[in-house]
Design a protein around this ligand. Structure first.
Ligand SMILES: Nc1nc2c(c(=O)[nH]1)N[C@H]1C(S)=C(S)[C@@H](COP(=O)(O)O)O[C@H]1N2
Ligand SMILES: [Mo]
Length: 544
């Protein structure tokens, strides 16, 4: 097989890349790397070939005369069962331990070694070379905002696609910059023997698809279980709260040197002296410190989801928390918004903020959040104060380090609340194609995809995860363990858009092997019809 030499260096790629980046990508070889020994017998054959040679049979079949005249030799030289068994044994899928300590086997085993030989699964997709996508973002030569998963799940190209392939009007297309950075890179070309198929599959139209997006449907050897035989026990609630340690972190707009990411240091004087300015088209503009605001308006506690608007299909850029804060409606009313005003924009000290409709303060919770899960808001989450709003707003409407709230009159009131009303945070003058906004969404949160679970044959395992569609209530979640032929449906009538749907799927595997779970959520549109998911979430686990 080609590409075998990539295997020895996979885990040190981050290091090698960082090193290469620091020397301007000249001479990418990592000097620490031990020389690779190759045992591939083809190498010798290739070395001895001349220009006149072609690749002929090396398995003992006559090399003279018509092939068809010697078919009596076939049974002696050609035994596919043995050959396949040997191939599978010689090319087992790789396993590794991830940063959370889980054993991961990204490629399912099959009895021929098809997935490793023909699909070359272990040498394809982002994480066959990158340690994680988080550190590949950090390794970039220009600044890229960071999303760190709090749940022990894998960040995949699905998260990249959300900004770089869809509706974010100013984002560079993934196909441009990723081709550019890979095809002009010695690490990719030489060290890793990369080629088109490292990142792609070719679909039926001859177009390139992303391997990481389509791979689960290409692999063979999954244990398929019909919905009936799987007898899944699925349930959900909307109350589950994410522990602080599992809440994702997204870096803010300002310079890293200005970030406050040290959650062990909470300086009370920052809270004591922090001011928020209420301004714009108001009769009573004012600036108050947080203690003054708290004294005047009191606090309330709400359970709210925080679902990042750029969460990719099946990804974990989501959590739910119990937040305590000052009711924003009362604060804004005290400023006496002028007749006809319809929007407000809370802004953080990094300048980040989104325009939201005043109208939504009537029927959805909105808080100047001081505490999360009963603990002082952490610096990474916006200490001393962040705005959180319900009604299905995306977490992009949750500015951290809030210093001002501006009240305005917007001509196009219909497009005020950018994400929840129109499915994206494109600016009010832009329109977007609803198909490209990948929700409703669902994903697994308690294990990364590819996880290997020991001693699990015949004993019950539980996958847990979310379903959410921002401002559209989730209506049902479906699960398939046979590649999408049959589905187990969990109806979720009357869900509350302030909260996520947190589901649990109990399953007792009857045999060892790899399983392919498909999960898809449907939400309810205003006319009562169902919003179908654009992508189905694919997930894999291996049971021993
Ligand atoms: N001040 C400020 N607040 C911000 C942002 C930002 O860039 N600056 N990003 C927002 C986005 S897009 C998200 S998804 C959440 C992430 O919140 P977390 O890091 O607290 O989980 O913060 C929001 N608040
Ligand atoms: Mo976000």
């Amino acid at each position: 097989m080609p590409c075998k030499k990539t295997k020895a260096v996979v885990s040190t790629f981050g290091l090698a890349f960082a090193l290469a980046a620091s020397i301007g990508l000249a001479g990418c070889a990592d000097p620490q790397q031990a020389p690779e020994s190759t045992t591939d017998p083809d190498d010798e054959v290739i070395a001895n070939m001349t220009f006149d040679d072609k690749i002929g049979s090396k398995i003992g079949y006559s090399d003279e005369g018509r092939l068809i005249d010697n078919i009596n030799q076939l049974p002696e030289v050609y035994s596919h069962e043995e050959e396949e068994a040997v191939n599978a044994e010689n090319n087992p899928p790789e396993t590794r331990t991830d940063r959370n300590g889980f054993t991961i086997q990204p490629v399912p085993a099959d009895d021929k070694g098809y997935n490793t030989t023909w699909l070359d699964g272990d040498d394809r997709g982002c994480l066959s070379c990158h340690d994680t996508l988080e550190d590949s973002q950090m390794n970039q030569p220009t600044y890229h905002r960071l999303i760190m998963m709090g749940y022990p799940s894998e960040q995949s190209v699905q998260n990249c696609l959300m900004c770089h392939n869809t509706w974010q009007p100013n984002a560079n297309k993934l196909k441009d910059n990723i081709h550019q950075t890979h095809l002009n890179n010695d690490l990719f070309n030489e060290k890793f023997d990369g080629n088109c198929m490292s990142c792609h599959a070719i679909d039926d139209n001859g177009d390139f698809a992303l391997w990481d997006v389509v791979k689960y449907d290409q692999y063979k050897g999954y244990v398929n279980v019909s919905a009936e035989d799987a007898a899944l026990d699925v349930s959900y609630d909307q109350d589950t709260i994410t522990p602080l340690e599992n809440q994702f972190y997204k870096s803010i707009k300002s310079e890293p040197s200005e970030w406050t990411t040290d959650d062990t240091q909470i300086d009370p004087s920052v809270y004591e002296n922090w001011t928020i300015e209420l301004k714009g088209e108001v009769g009573n503009p004012f600036t108050m410190t947080l203690p003054e605001l708290k004294e005047k308006f009191g606090t309330v506690t709400e359970t709210l989801k925080a679902h990042c608007n750029v969460n990719g299909t099946g990804q974990a850029t989501i959590f739910q928390a119990e937040v305590t804060g000052i009711p924003l409606k009362d604060v804004i009313e005290y400023a006496q918004p002028n007749e006809g005003t319809n929007g407000y924009t809370p802004k953080g000290n990094d300048g980040f903020g989104n325009l939201m409709p005043l109208e939504c303060l009537e029927d959805a919770p909105a808080l100047l959040v001081l505490e999360v899960n009963g603990q002082t808001l952490r610096p990474s989450q916006g200490y001393p104060v962040a705005v959180w709003v319900g009604g299905g707003a995306a977490a992009a409407e949750f500015p951290k380090y809030v210093t001002s709230i501006n009240i305005t009159t917007e001509a196009n009131a219909d497009k005020l609340w950018t994400h929840p009303r129109h499915g994206s945070n494109v600016s009010p003058s832009q329109t977007e194609d609803a198909d490209l906004i990948f929700f409703p969404n669902a994903g697994v949160l308690n294990y990364p995809t590819g996880v290997v679970l020991e001693n699990q044959v015949g004993s019950q395992m539980t996958l847990e995860g979310y379903a959410d569609a921002y401002h559209e209530p989730i209506a049902k979640v479906e699960y398939s363990l046979d590649g999408g032929k049959t589905w187990t449906t969990m109806e979720t009538p009357g869900t509350d858009v302030n909260r996520w749907v947190y589901w649990r799927m109990n399953f007792t595997p009857q045999e060892a092997g790899s399983y392919h779970l498909k999960v898809r959520a449907y939400s309810q549109l205003e006319d009562g019809s169902l919003h179908e998911p654009y992508y189905t979430t694919d997930y894999q686990f291996t049971v021993k």
